[in-house]
Design a protein around this ligand. Structure first.
Ligand SMILES: Nc1ncnc2c1ncn2[C@@H]1O[C@H](COP(=O)(O)OP(=O)(O)OP(=O)(O)O)[C@@H](O)[C@H]1O
Ligand SMILES: [Mg+2]
Length: 304
């Protein structure tokens, strides 16, 4: 449903997207995972026809977005990076307007808007101006708008970024349901857990390039290897002294030592024992979740 070939966008001197290729089929959720500035939004904007590629092609349902933009756009539901609801209109009005844009007959668009209002738990605020809604509710409206069109392809740019747990979960559930109904979903995120939970394949993107396309199992392994315990002692300690069993690697980060391990629960007691036996006070001790940079190194072969 989505076919991207050697897609490239150059802004002045920046290669924001650099010869990116991938495909997404029906009933698949494909993730673009990468840090700020990786080129995720630029990729999505080329797919939606907002930006013209410098080189390469993008096809939606077989239609080239540059050559047949209308046909391609009819197949898409889009959640842009910046919410696009009219803030002076209510969720209800925004949904109807979206339906009108897609040429859905009046009765049908009212029915669809009504069911989306229910689905996104927006009924209480359906006639309030979007301006007065919380961020989570505003984003629910944005995603609901993308679903007004019975889209075969959903393009979602950070659909859950910065949302409360409940809104994020609701949106993820709805994305899953869309997939089950046969939609091809492309989403961007810098949330490792989200990519892992939702996607069947994940493209790891950095500096405009796709470094690797992974299945979540592989990502999980990389995530495991990137968990660490960070400790600061009162007196200086050498890296080799805290290289306990089940520690894979030790790194110094300023006045702290970072102990990479797949089992922080085993390492923490060893750190405490070490502190007792050497009478070297622990100033701080914490478990650090996987960090995108670390996972990048792992999957792209830079790690150990
Ligand atoms: N309109 C533009 N003009 C010039 N440079 C741009 C433009 N849009 C994006 N860029 C540059 O392209 C690169 C990729 O940006 P993009 O917004 O695609 O990243 P992103 O992966 O979506 O990041 P984020 O996670 O922060 O949303 C960045 O270096 C950015 O500064
Ligand atoms: Mg972006």
């Amino acid at each position: 449903m989505i076919e991207v070939t050697q897609l490239t966008k150059v802004f002045d001197t920046t290669r924001a997207v650099d010869a990116v290729s991938f495909t997404v089929s029906r009933e698949e959720i494909f993730g673009l995972l990468g840090p700020n500035g990786a080129g995720k939004t630029t990729t999505i904007r080329m797919l939606t026809g907002i930006l013209k590629p410098t080189e390469g092609h993008a096809r939606i349902g077989g239609y080239d977005i540059q050559e047949h933009p209308l046909e391609a756009k009819q197949l898409m539901g889009i959640v842009p990076e910046m919410a696009n609801a009219y803030v002076d209109l209510s969720p209800w009005r925004n949904l109807l307007l979206m339906g009108e844009l897609y040429g859905i007959p009046r009765k049908e668009r009212e029915k669809k808007a009504g069911s989306l209002i229910d689905l996104f738990a927006l009924s209480e605020k359906m006639h309030h101006r979007v301006r007065t809604l919380s961020k989570g509710m505003h984003q629910r409206v944005t995603v609901a708008m993308a679903l007004m069109n019975t889209a075969q392809v959903l393009l979602l740019d950070e659909p859950t970024s910065g949302l409360d747990v409940e809104s994020a979960r609701l949106i993820r559930d709805i994305i899953r349901t869309s997939r089950e109904e046969g939609t091809a979903v492309l989403l961007t995120t810098h949330n490792l857990q989200e990519a892992d939970e939702l996607c069947s394949r994940i493209a790891i993107m950095n500096h405009g390039k796709i470094m690797a396309v992974e299945r979540p199992e592989n990502l999980k392994r990389a995530i495991k290897c990137s968990t660490s315990v960070e400790v600061a002692f009162a007196q200086e300690v050498g890296e080799h002294e805290v290289w306990f069993e089940s520690v894979n690697r030790v790194e110094r980060k300023g006045d702290r030592l970072r102990l990479y391990t797949e089992a922080p629960e085993l390492v923490i007691p060893l750190v405490v024992d070490y502190s007792r036996s050497t009478q070297n006070l622990i100033l701080s001790l914490s478990t650090i979740g996987p960090d995108l940079e670390d996972v990048f190194l792992q999957v792209t072969g830079g790690g150990q």
